[in-house]
Each structure stands twice: as C-alpha cells, then as structure tokens.
Design a protein around this ligand. Structure first.
Ligand code: ZN
Length: 153
C-alpha cells in the first residue's frame, strides 16, 4: 500500500484517491463538505497514473452515498473510492459519471431559466465518452468544466 494511507490513516470514513492535483478542494466544494465533519486533504502526491500529481481526500466518519461518489467522477473520473470501516478497506467503489446532475453544475447559457429565474439546475448525460451534458431547461449541451461546478443548491 502507498505510504499516504499510513500518514493520515482513518478508522472509519471515505478515502478518495487519485484526484488530479489541485482538484481536491473542488471535490470538497461540490460535495458540500465545507461545513461538516472532519476531512484531510493531501495535495500533490507523486503518481504514476497522474503525471501532474494526485490529491487524496479523507473524510472521517462519513460513508459517501453512491450519488455523491458518482458526482466526483465529473471532475476526477479516475478517482478511486475506498470505504473504511474499523481501520480496514471494506469497499472499493467504482465510480462513473452520473446520468443526471442536479444542483452542482451551472448552465453556460446566461439566458437559461436556471440562471435568470432561479429554476433548479438539472442536466442529463448526452455523451459519456465526451462527458457532455444537456440542460433540461434550455437544451444547451456543455462539457464538464471543473471550475463551473458549485456546491449543492
Ligand atoms: Zn440551461
């Protein structure tokens, strides 16, 4: 196992590994973790898989829902999720981009009802390979841009 696991070992919770540097804070934001729980971020670990380095996010005493870990796939499609119970990995979760995105993504169309009238944001997956989504209101198709993701509404 990699040294990083030992340095910040947690007993119960969720470990998200292989987040491209420096996106761990974006993951914290889109999960809305800023105000809850204890989390630890390691930034810029060396990684064979990610030449630009990887971040590791550990969330103590919180098992992320599958809907939450799939949201992580939007900005870190190669992230690995380990659920830790009693100091051991109890589940390695495969993530994939979600079919629907609620809340966390802003429509790039300034005239969209979600931007002008405060309608609830909702995107449907358009193309899995290209990672594009279609807005349910104005039908604008957009790529995932990590900077355009926000905390849940
Ligand atoms: Zn729209």
């Amino acid at each position: 196992m990699e040294r990083a696991y030992k340095v910040y070992a947690i007993t119960n919770g969720t470990v998200i590994d292989h987040i491209p540097t420096p996106l761990a804070l974006r993951v914290v934001e889109i999960l809305g973790l800023g105000n809850e729980g204890i989390f630890t971020i390691g930034v810029g670990f060396q990684s064979k898989r990610l030449p630009g380095g990887k971040d590791i996010l550990k969330i103590e005493n919180r098992i992320l829902l599958e809907s939450e870990t799939d949201t992580i796939a939007l900005i870190a499609p190669d992230a690995t999720i380990n659920i830790i119970k009693n100091g051991k990995v109890s589940e390695k979760r495969i993530i994939s981009v979600p079919d629907h995105i609620y809340g966390v993504m802003q429509c790039p169309n300034p005239n969209c009802a979600t931007n002008k009238l405060g309608a609830h944001r909702h995107f449907k997956l358009e193309d899995k390979q290209e990672m594009t989504y279609r807005c349910e209101y104005c039908e604008r198709v957009t790529e995932i841009i990590p900077e355009n993701l926000t905390a849940p509404e």
